[in-house]
Design a protein around this ligand. Structure first.
Ligand code: IVH
Length: 571
């Protein structure tokens, strides 16, 4: 291909891929298969790689992110990011309506929207090109997370259509859809990592990640709901949303114009029932005056606009009896207290367990056995106890005493300063920790050992065939084949998988060891800093601290790991 043909082909592929991204991620109406999309993306990647003179930061290939580590810059918002005042019942909505009518001397129309429970984001476009994506921060300035936001495929890097102002700003909410969140947690179970609490916290953690290639894999999404009034895009909020949609933004289809507050209440009641069917978390309904002129007349307070209000959904709460508290030891040694309850129904699901998270939560609730407790199913996956009905407490009920010894191995638990959780420090001798460590070791992101999974690790461990990761390599195929559920074929596959893993890079091995606080990124940094495992093993805490980006907690954890005879013996 001559250079002009290459340039044209790159241009065509970029246009096509942008359009397919839009159809897939915004319209949810793909017109080509994932396979065909990937083929085009690969072709474009190859052309860009061979012809770096045509590089473009807005190319669809750039959505995969880069692993360049960067601190976030603070950017001042051109228009302050306000929050919304909250209402919790119909009475307060009627008050809002009465105030609006009185202050405006009119009967304005309202727009009702879902209140997305995610992380608020402000995007600025210059001449139609995404320049900055900034978090809310303190409302005046926030973190510039542009590199991470660019990986979100439903967010246009270039505006579509026409009529957009040369300087344009739009606000919205970044969210992680429930199905993506659940998949992520399933992977964490396999890797022995602690479960993420809810999609909102996960979105917020994800968007602040230093490595945008990890963000790209997290499949965040964004809904857009507000163009600052000062931009004077059109005469109404609803028209602004239509325009934003025509320029490629994802705007919720569940938006309704209401002429009366009764219609608003109807909309709220509908979504209070139906919101569990939505693909993303919502925590209320936002009610906005539609006319921008009236919005401007009403103005804002220091914190929130006077022309809008949020109605917050109530989390359903029920009372039930606390039967006992049990303690689970996770694969990292973290202890989680769990309340065992008399079974009740909340929001259509049966509940008989609730997470108590840590000792402080138990103490703050002043929990006693046989107490009647109030249970809520909020944004968390596992329901939680939010209070105790003290009037119903029998005087002989015993206060819940937090355990001092590990329920799995009897080792005295520790609680590091500033940490909410108790830990079992016996990482090389406590069964769930040993198994967790091995499961993490064999997992896809670590040593990726073909033929093995969580169940095989459980089986080998229970049969006494493995006590640590080094034992894996001494496994005998005849012993494996002799086990129930496994045969000759599985044994050969596992052996081959283990053999193949011997060529894996040093940084993956380091990550696979499951040293506390040593994730993929830290492993990469360490491998750059130390020539080999012997040097790393011999390093003092101070030497580890000298490595850029290695802080006190990480350095101590690595040092403690290699100080343990059982760990040293693995090498
Ligand atoms: S409008 C000036 N609309 O809720 C008005 N906010 O508690 C700007 N939010 O910071 C906000 N869904 O992060 C608006 N449909 C929606 C929303 C929404 C979620 C968030 C947003 C805001 C917070 C206020």
């Amino acid at each position: 291909m001559d250079i002009k043909t290459i340039e044209n082909r790159i241009e065509t592929l970029r246009k096509e891929l942008d359009q397919h991204n839009y159809l897939y991620y915004v319209k949810a109406a793909a017109v080509i298969s994932d396979y065909d999309f990937d083929q085009k993306l690969k072709e474009l990647e190859a052309l860009e790689k061979d012809n770096p003179q045509f590089a473009d930061p807005l190319s669809p290939t750039q959505r995969v992110g880069s692993d360049i580590t960067s601190e976030f810059q603070q950017v001042k918002h051109k228009y302050q990011v306000l929050s919304l005042s909250n209402t919790y019942n119909e009475g307060e909505l009627h008050d809002f309506d009465a105030r609006i009518k009185k202050e405006s001397n009119l009967e304005p129309e309202y727009v009702c929207e879902l209140k997305f429970d995610g992380v608020s984001i402000s995007l600025t476009y210059e001449n139609g090109i995404l320049k900055h994506a900034v978090t809310r921060g303190d409302g005046v300035q926030g973190d510039d997370v542009t590199a991470n936001v660019k990986t979100i495929r439903s967010i246009p890097l270039k505006l579509q259509g026409e009529g957009w102002p040369s300087e344009f700003e739009i606000r919205g909410e970044l969210v992680m859809p429930f199905d993506v969140f659940e998949k992520l947690n399933e992977e964490r179970v396999v890797n022995g990592e602690e479960l993420l609490a809810n999609p909102r916290n996960t979105t917020s953690g994800t968007i602040k990640m230093q490595d945008s290639s990890v963000v790209a894999k997290r499949q965040l999404d964004g809904y857009f709901y507000y163009v600052p009034g000062a931009i004077r895009l059109s005469e109404s909020h609803s028209r602004n949303l239509e325009l934003a949609q025509s320029w490629g933004f994802k705007v919720s289809e569940h938006t309704r114009k209401c002429a009366t507050i009764d219609q608003v209440i109807e909309f709220i009641q509908f979504w209070d029932r139906e919101r569990s069917k939505l693909p993303v978390a919502t925590d209320g309904i936002v009610i906005k005056v539609d006319s921008i002129a009236i919005q401007n007349d009403l103005g804002t307070t220091a914190k929130s606009p006077r022309w809008a209000v949020a109605y917050k959904f109530k989390a359903e709460q029920v009372e039930t009896k606390l039967l006992s508290v049990s303690y689970q030891v996770g694969r990292t040694g973290a202890v989680t207290p769990v309340a065992n309850l008399e079974e009740v129904q909340i929001s259509g699901t049966k509940v008989k367990r609730a997470s108590l998270h840590n000792a402080d939560i138990i103490a703050n609730l002043d929990l006693h056995l046989n107490d009647i407790v109030k249970v809520e199913k909020g944004g968390e996956i596992i329901p939680k106890i939010v209070g105790v009905n003290e009037e119903e407490r029998h005087p002989l009920n015993q206060r819940v005493q937090y355990i001092t010894l590990c329920p799995e191995c009897n080792t005295e638990l520790v609680r590091d300063e500033g940490e909410a959780k108790h830990y079992c420090p016996n990482s090389t001798g406590c069964p769930p920790q040993i198994k967790g460590n091995i499961i993490h070791f064999i997992s896809r992101k670590a040593m990726d050992i073909d033929g093995m999974g969580e169940e095989t690790v459980e089986l080998f461990y229970n049969e006494g065939m493995i006590k640590n990761v080094a034992d894996l390599y001494a496994l005998n195929p005849t012993d494996i084949a002799g086990l129930e559920r496994l045969g000759e074929k599985s044994a050969q596959r596992i052996k081959a998988g283990l053999e193949a893993s011997k060529t894996i890079s040093f940084e993956r091995v380091l990550f696979a060891l499951g040293i506390r606080f040593v994730g993929e990124t830290v492993a990469k940094i360490l491998v750059k800093a130390f020539k080999n495992i012997d040097q790393m093993m011999a390093a003092t805490t101070e030497e580890l601290l000298d490595v850029n980006e290695i802080g006190g907690r990480i350095a101590e954890s690595i040092h403690a790991y290699f100080a343990d005879e059982k760990c040293r013996a693995l090498f």
